[in-house]
Design a protein around this ligand. Structure first.
Ligand code: G6P
Length: 489
């Protein structure tokens, strides 16, 4: 995360996220190899010129021994990453439990766990205790590395307690918190047993950011209704102290995708794919294999489309890339089997000896293969049941400037608010509507596709991840200056 031009940086930025942007693989007792995982946040921060970023997070592996921890810390330091070591039990209770079994489904309107409700209620307190303990451990590491003047930017639902822990260390620390998921209606948030404690912990931050205005509004009304605090146009006020609350929609590093299309390896992939699917229109889904992504619903809609449109049966193929995630959580295991069953049924019903309608992959693709796939796609299907933003829709648009394919996009993804005018918006729960949008997309005339694509391409290339990060951090700096002025007055 060094500045490529070697210029001195104005300010240090400590980015704190549950997961570091690298995955660590142990090669020997004291030897590690590191692989950069270039997610949205990483590329956003790589492009930010004004700050010297350091990353603090969990390395995603259990390292029980001191020698291993020392060696990994050293290897990560070269990438400007600082690890937080969490033991297996804590990961189980904090990450699998409270984060992914409770907060994640709740924030995506799937409610608190439906099955085994009593068991969940019993373990709730211990999982919440683990969540607070893990957040405190992140805070301890931040505090160890913090220097006066640094900006600390906490990310996501894993670290809602962190702003409070950090301010307890030093009330002058500049602390921002950003949520990458939706923040649900206050009526949903109210059901969470630890609803008030979590809100108060987040409010310790100076600036709280969301992807959309609606999420920010839900947060402010949760603070008003649950905590009885006053919501103002700037944020939430508590005894004269203001926490700024605002929307900062994230984008992607669109140039990186556009440039990749010129790489010979990508062009070769594109040629191969075009040849392989020369007789068919290509539809594409790229999702983490997560219940919020609505993969079963998407498959059912595709099945309905094939049922009702015999003409298209041998003229269209759906490529579904389903990246395994959180595989230790039982809901995710059940989802995997359900998806496999539906894919098998559809391929059995509509396949032939030479071709099947769905190619389903349970794995991720490397960056170049993904760009090639985006570029040859005729119709992308992003049908999340809820999604904070959904950057797959942005990536697809960035790679489509020559093809001008159609984006079918869930109205429940944050991206619907920015790409809605160019995409075909659907309610992913309405299988009939999605099936008919598939038909509309496949039959759409070139001039309409072009118009829609231009709208989205303009948005994606002008609202970039770099701009998002710069805006958030400079707003955080301003917020702190204004707060200090208010105190002086
Ligand atoms: C979502 C969350 C991120 C998370 C990512 C991958 O996008 O908002 O914070 O890192 O999913 O999930 P995982 O549990 O594998 O980190």
């Amino acid at each position: 995360f060094e500045r490529p031009d070697g210029e001195p940086c104005r300010q240090r930025l400590l980015v704190v996220a549950n997961r570091l942007p690298v995955s660590a693989i142990r090669r020997g007792e004291e030897s590690w190899s590191l692989e950069i995982s270039a997610g949205g946040l990483v590329s956003a921060l790589l492009g930010v010129k004004e700050f010297e970023a350091r990353w603090i997070g969990w390395a995603g592996v259990n390292v029980p021994d001191e020698a291993g921890q020392k060696a990994l810390t050293k290897a990560l330091a070269e990438k400007r990453c600082i690890p937080v070591f969490l033991d297996e039990d804590l990961v189980h209770q904090y990450y699998n439990g409270y984060c992914n079994n409770i907060l994640w489904p709740l924030f995506h309107y799937l409610g608190l766990p439906q099955e085994d409700r009593l068991a969940t209620t019993r373990s709730f307190q211990s999982q919440f205790a683990a969540y607070k303990k893990a957040n405190q451990m992140f805070a301890d590491v931040v505090n160890e590395h913090y220097e006066e003047g640094d900006v600390v930017w906490c990310h996501d639902y894993h670290l809602m307690f962190l702003p409070k822990c950090l301010k307890e260390y030093d009330s002058k620390m500049k602390v921002g918190w950003f949520l990458h998921t939706p923040f649900p209606s206050s009526e949903i948030h109210r059901t969470l047993p630890s609803r008030s404690e979590l809100l108060r912990a987040v409010l310790a931050a100076d600036l709280v950011g969301f992807h959309t205005y609606d999420y920010a509004r839900h947060f402010v009304s949760a603070c008003a209704r649950i905590l009885g605090l006053e919501g103002t146009p700037e944020g939430v006020e508590d005894q004269g102290r203001l926490t700024r609350v605002a929307a900062f929609p994230i984008g992607i590093d669109s140039e990186r995708f556009i440039r990749a299309l010129e790489v010979p390896e990508v062009q070769e992939h594109i040629r191969e794919l075009k040849e392989r699917f020369s007789e068919r229109k290509v539809m594409l889904g790229v999702d983490r294999l997560d219940m919020i992504k609505g993969i079963p619903q998407k498959l059912l809609a595709f099945e309905k489309f094939l049922e009702e449109n015999a003409y298209w049966r041998d003229k269209v193929v759906l490529l579904q890339i389903a990246v395994p995630t959180r595989t230790d959580v039982s809901e995710y295991q059940k989802l995997t089997s359900q998806v496999h069953e539906i894919v098998g049924r559809i391929n059995g019903r509509f396949g032939s000896l030479s071709a099947v309608p769905i190619h389903h992959l349970d794995r991720s693709l490397d960056f170049h293969a993904l760009c090639a796939l985006y570029a040859v796609t005729d119709v992308a299907l992003v049908t999340s049941l809820r999604d904070g933003m959904n950057l797959v829709s942005y990536e697809f648009v960035a790679c489509q400037d020559s093809k001008k394919g159609v984006l079918i996009l869930s109205e429940f993804a944050g991206a619907a608010q920015s790409l809605g005018a160019g995409a075909l918006l659907v309610n992913p729960w309405n299988i009939t509507e999605v099936a008919s949008s598939i038909g509309q997309a496949l039959n759409m005339k070139a001039d309409e596709r072009e118009k829609r694509h231009h709208h989205n391409f303009y948005h994606v290339t002008t609202h970039t991840a770099q701009e998002w990060a710069e805006t958030f951090v400079s707003e955080l700096n301003d917020t702190v200056v204004e707060a200090q002025q208010r105190i002086r007055e």
